[in-house]
Ligand binder design. Structure first.
Ligand SMILES: Cc1ncc(COP(=O)(O)O)c(C=O)c1O
Length: 340
């Protein structure tokens, strides 16, 4: 119907909503620490998605599928817990599709992030920061309880297999197409694990010799699990978006060829260097990805093509890792020193 209307009115071809603008994010050459001549390293800039992060992808995919399957009724409610990018993605997707969004977030979440979720019309429920994963008053358990009690659709990004499927069906094929099947290394952070596991599985199916390299943060539980099969208690860390204090159902360790673990300081410092030297201003997690690429460089060949996922923008962290006072207050003053 829309197409007919468009033709009749002689409208220009255009996206019907911002959901249609999700994906097809650009690749840019990353030069920091990469020899020339040498391998080609390309950062995939996920902040070009409508709400500024990779999370738009799985959120739109999962909600549209659930609507099509009737799991979400027209005008229904979707809930999830998030302290970051999924909140704005969820709020945006629900705004476009005429759904109600409820975002449960810990108190520590920054004012800007909460305001962005509200700007898209979502309701925000704030829970105590100190309540951990199993605490009924914490964000995770509160979101599950609200979904159960009210019959709302529970996005549950950390355990959703539709999250993994979203990246298997869309992000993986997009990377394969963009690289003309020449990708040799895929470097990506693990938060829920959906992006990494979905893309890695897709790429491996295309060519078994592709190296899927997961990036984790020191203190997170993923690295001991992957390297030693050990379930440990997570330790605090400051990089946002990657790492976890509990194992997640959206992360499939069998999709990992290698895991690289980066410290907060190294992530922040690398993010700052790349912003100053290449004008690529990513979040702290993009710094971690670029730092992981550094570790790989000695083993790479000139014919290699590395895709490094940069999940969100430094604009989200101007008051954190891009702020010298914040770095000093949190004990990362040494991360401030960048190249001259
Ligand atoms: C800020 C941020 N959000 C999300 C992700 C990926 O998330 P997930 O593992 O939940 O797909 C990353 C991974 O690098 C990230 O850095």
């Amino acid at each position: 119907m829309r197409i007919i209307y468009t033709l009749m009115k002689n409208h220009l071809p255009a996206a019907q909503s911002v959901i249609d603008l999700i994906g097809n994010t650009p690749l840019v050459t990353l030069r920091y620490g990469v020899p020339d001549p040498g391998p080609q390293v390309l950062a995939k800039l996920e902040w070009n998605n409508p709400t500024g992060s990779v999370k738009d992808r799985m959120t739109a995919y999962v909600i549209q599928r659930a609507l099509a399957a009737g799991t979400i009724p027209p005008g229904g409610t979707v809930v999830d817990n998030t302290s970051g990018n999924t909140g704005s993605a969820l709020a945006m997707v629900c705004a476009v599709l005429g759904l109600r969004a409820v975002v449960v977030t810990p108190e520590k979440t920054s004012r800007e992030k909460i305001d962005l979720v509200k700007a898209y019309g979502a309701e925000v429920i704030v829970t105590p920061t100190e309540a951990d994963h199993d605490d009924p008053s914490g964000a995770y358990q509160t979101a599950r309880r609200l979904a159960r009690e009210n019959g709302w659709f529970d996005l549950d990004q950390y355990n959703s297999q539709s999250n993994v499927e979203a990246h298997y069906m869309t992000t993986g094929p997009e990377i394969w197409r963009q690289t003309e099947g020449r990708i040799t290394h895929f470097v990506c952070g693990i938060g829920s694990g959906g992006t990494f596991s979905g893309v890695a599985r897709y790429l491996k199916k295309q060519r078994a010799d592709i190296a899927n390299i997961a990036v984790d943060i020191e203190g997170s539980v993923f690295t001991p699990f992957v390297t030693e099969g050990r379930e440990v208690e997570g330790q605090p860390y400051a990089v946002e978006g990657i790492g976890s204090d509990v194992m997640t159902g959206a992360f499939h360790p069998d999709t990992v060829d290698r895991i690289v673990t980066i410290s907060d300081a190294e992530a922040f410092q690398t993010a700052r260097i790349i912003a100053r030297t290449e004008g690529i201003c990513g979040g702290g997690s993009s710094g971690a990805i670029a730092a992981a690429v550094q570790r790989l460089v000695p083993e790479l060949h000139e014919s290699d093509l590395v895709i490094a996922m940069f999940a969100d923008s430094g604009l989200r962290y101007l008051s954190k890792c891009y702020n010298d006072d914040w770095l000093a207050e949190h004990g990362y003053a040494h991360a401030k020193e960048t190249v001259t």
